[in-house]
Design a protein around this ligand. Structure first.
Ligand SMILES: Nc1ncnc2c1ncn2[C@@H]1O[C@H](COP(=O)(O)OP(=O)(O)OP(=O)(O)O)[C@@H](O)[C@H]1O
Length: 336
């Protein structure tokens, strides 16, 4: 295990930002710290980096007790959203910076910078100034700079947060590929569940200063520990008082079993190749269901139609209400 966080708590005045956090972040993996705004992700990352200290608990990095070490002795590289670049230095100089202050020999620095710029696909921009790069290119430069000193651990706080959706997506694919090439233990903070599900080997869900669940993307999606995790990782609705994913509900024009719930389609919305319907059940529950257009057409669905809803075989569901999930959606929509 590469990073061991044990019993870490952190308060700001009366406010408990982290409450007895225990996690092991495995060597060589790409781990996401995922959660809503204010949940404590950045605080945990800063404590691992040594930029902040815990009130209680310990941090061990690659077997080294790091709790009281300053950041520069932890052998971690970090990239923050608004990373301070040296504006007057070329891209190559920015990447070389950490090696130069460590007084490495010139030829070694040149070689390493060359390799790193290749790795982040910025070789042709080596002599530009950071202001002459796009946002995505600047983030790649920041990553190259963090990797220059060969950290054992790379810590990224919302590395793509300030970029537009398309560039974010490109960078996230790129980060995944980069990680597959260099295998440096990487921890990144995100409030974007899609980003975490797509990129990470393992996800730590953090909410209100506590760890809600740790697992692979599949584990979290298929077996959420509670209603919070279920709601945070994807759309949810309720059926028979249980949280369920809208695409895990089967719709039929007649009952298909004793658990079928009768209702009336109150709204039908087409979104691309999908159809989303809202059903008001006889028990007074408002249920959202998603299905393909083909399926909706086959059923002849229309507003006012009577339908029967059943949880699909193998569907994930947990006890809970949509309230927690709605709060989550708001947090995500507001940009976390
Ligand atoms: N220096 C500080 N002084 C007081 N409160 C702080 C300080 N730093 C963080 N907090 C509070 O601690 C909580 C956790 O903050 P943190 O930045 O770790 O959350 P986060 O999960 O990273 O959220 P975000 O995605 O918005 O960055 C927040 O409520 C924040 O207001």
């Amino acid at each position: 295990m590469s990073i061991e966080v044990k019993g870490v708590s952190k308060r700001f005045g009366d406010f408990v930002a982290l409450d007895d956090i225990n996690v092991s972040l495995p060597t060589g993996q790409l781990t996401a710290l995922l959660g809503p705004s204010g949940g404590g992700k950045s605080t945990l990352l800063r404590i691992i980096a040594g930029l902040d200290s815990a009130d209680e608990g310990s941090v061990v990095i690659e077997g080294n007790e790091a709790t009281h070490l300053p950041p520069q002795k932890r052998n971690v590289g970090f990239v923050f959203q608004h990373y301070a670049v040296f504006k007057h230095m070329s891209v190559a100089k920015n990447v070389a910076f950490g090696l130069e202050i460590r007084k490495r020999p010139k030829p070694e620095i040149q070689k390493r910078v060359h390799e790193l710029l290749e790795l982040v696909h910025l070789s042709q921009f080596a002599h530009r100034l950071p202001s002459q790069l796009s946002g995505g290119q600047r983030q790649r430069m920041a990553l190259a700079r963090a990797l220059a000193v060969e950290p054992t651990v790379l810590l990224l706080d919302e590395p793509f947060g300030a970029l537009d959706a398309k560039v974010r997506k490109e960078l996230r694919d790129w980060l995944r590929r980069l990680h597959d090439e260099v295998h440096v233990t990487t921890v990144f903070v995100t409030h974007d569940q899609e980003e975490a599900l797509e990129v990470a080997d393992e996800i730590v869900v953090i909410n209100q200063g506590r760890v809600e669940q740790v697992g692979t993307p599949e584990e979290l999606y298929d077996a959420p520990a509670n209603d919070f995790v279920m709601g945070f990782l994807g759309d949810v609705t309720t059926l028979g008082g249980r949280l369920i994913r809208p695409h895990d509900i089967e719709v039929a024009d007649r009952p298909v079993g004793p658990d079928s719930v009768e209702g009336t389609v109150s709204r039908l919305l087409r979104i691309g190749f999908e159809v989303r319907i809202t059903v008001l059940t006889d028990a007074g529950e408002v249920v959202t269901v998603e299905m393909t257009r083909t399926h909706a057409r086959r059923l002849g669905l229309a507003e006012g139609a009577t339908v029967f809803l059943t949880a699909a075989a193998g569907a994930t569901s947990v006890a809970g209400s949509v309230d927690a999930a709605a709060a989550t959606d708001l947090a995500v929509a507001s940009g976390g």
